[in-house]
Ligand binder design. Structure first.
Ligand code: C5P
Length: 301
């Protein structure tokens, strides 16, 4: 029998808002952020094999080192045990761009290896030490593992899943400028900013979510703009698109997003922006509303 190939999707992570509320003694920053996931992302294929190997394909393959240090291999090693797999990462998201790329890929590697374990008849569980090592790969790895809308606090390890979101579509745009996350945090003038309101409202539609977001911030946007001023142009261009309800930078940049109520509006806006700014990376997709069964589970606990 031929070995079975399985795939996992590494969804782009979008910080709808990101408040920096403090700094830990080890230098990491405390955050209060709403994180959602889009139907835009990298693909990871895994085929059972002897040993672990990684090949990178796709439009952004050149931007990612394929050696032993790659987050996908580091993540896979943590959960592979004696299982081997040939991994192929289809790198479609721009690297170092504030939408989780490396963390989403690492999380997809964990999911794919756990599925291979299950297919081999083993119990796909992680011991606490393994889970801690996985979280240490990157601050966004824990939330990317579930790829479910969440409020993220601490440095990314404290997660509260959000109840299902209304239908929202997104256009992502990146000016093809890499912005290193540590540099942005270093440039941040105030480390202790107000957190989000303790209780979050339910949003009945995309417009209500956009209205609520106007009262929130991404504290990393101003410092990122001092490093890469073009981010200001990207946010303005997104905000000016017909149908755009709200535009902002995600994470530490430079990728920015605009929200739309209708899929057709988001597709038309993304095509118009790509034609207008042929140098930029532009993509559109659905924001995953989250699973009602998971929300019920959360309410029950
Ligand atoms: O952990 P991750 O690779 O996502 O973060 C990259 C860098 O960004 C960290 O080494 C740290 O300098 C900074 N960072 C931070 N506070 C966070 C997340 C990241 O200071 N909550």
């Amino acid at each position: 029998m031929l070995p079975k190939t399985i795939t996992e999707f590494a969804h782009a992570k979008i910080n709808l808002c990101l408040h920096v509320t403090g700094q830990r003694a080890d230098g990491y920053h405390l955050l209060d952020s709403l994180v959602v996931f889009a139907g835009i992302g990298d693909g990871l294929r895994a085929t059972p094999a002897d040993g672990l190997s990684l090949r990178i394909t796709g439009p952004f393959a050149a931007g990612v080192p394929a050696g032993d240090d790659n987050l996908v291999l580091r993540a896979a090693r943590l959960v592979a045990g004696d299982m081997g797999a040939e991994l192929v990462l289809d790198k479609r998201l721009p690297p170092a761009s504030g939408i989780g790329g490396g963390s989403a890929d690492a999380a997809a590697a964990i999911r794919v290896l756990l599925r291979l374990q299950a297919m081999a008849g083993r119990m796909p569980v992680m011991a606490q030490a393994q889970a801690d090592a996985v979280a240490a790969l990157g601050a966004d790895v824990p939330v990317c593992l579930a790829s479910h809308p969440a409020r993220m606090r601490g440095i990314g390890e404290k997660l509260d899943w959000l109840p299902p979101l209304p239908e929202v579509h997104v256009v992502l745009a990146n000016p093809r400028v890499e912005v290193p996350t540590p540099a942005v945090f270093k440039t941040l003038p105030h480390k202790e900013n107000p957190s989000l309101p303790e209780a979050l409202p339910g949003w009945i539609d995309a417009a209500a979510l956009a209205d609520w977001l106007r009262e929130t911030r991404n504290d990393l946007e101003a410092p990122a703009r001092t490093i890469a001023p073009v981010i200001g142009d990207v946010v303005s261009a997104l905000a000016a698109l017909p149908g755009a309800l709200f535009a902002r930078m995600s994470g530490s940049g430079a990728t920015c997003f605009a929200l739309f109520a209708k899929e057709a509006e988001a597709i038309a806006a993304s095509e118009a922006l790509a034609a207008d700014q042929p140098e930029w990376w532009v993509a559109s997709g659905l924001i995953y509303p989250g699973r009602a069964d998971m929300a019920q589970l959360i309410r029950a606990t």
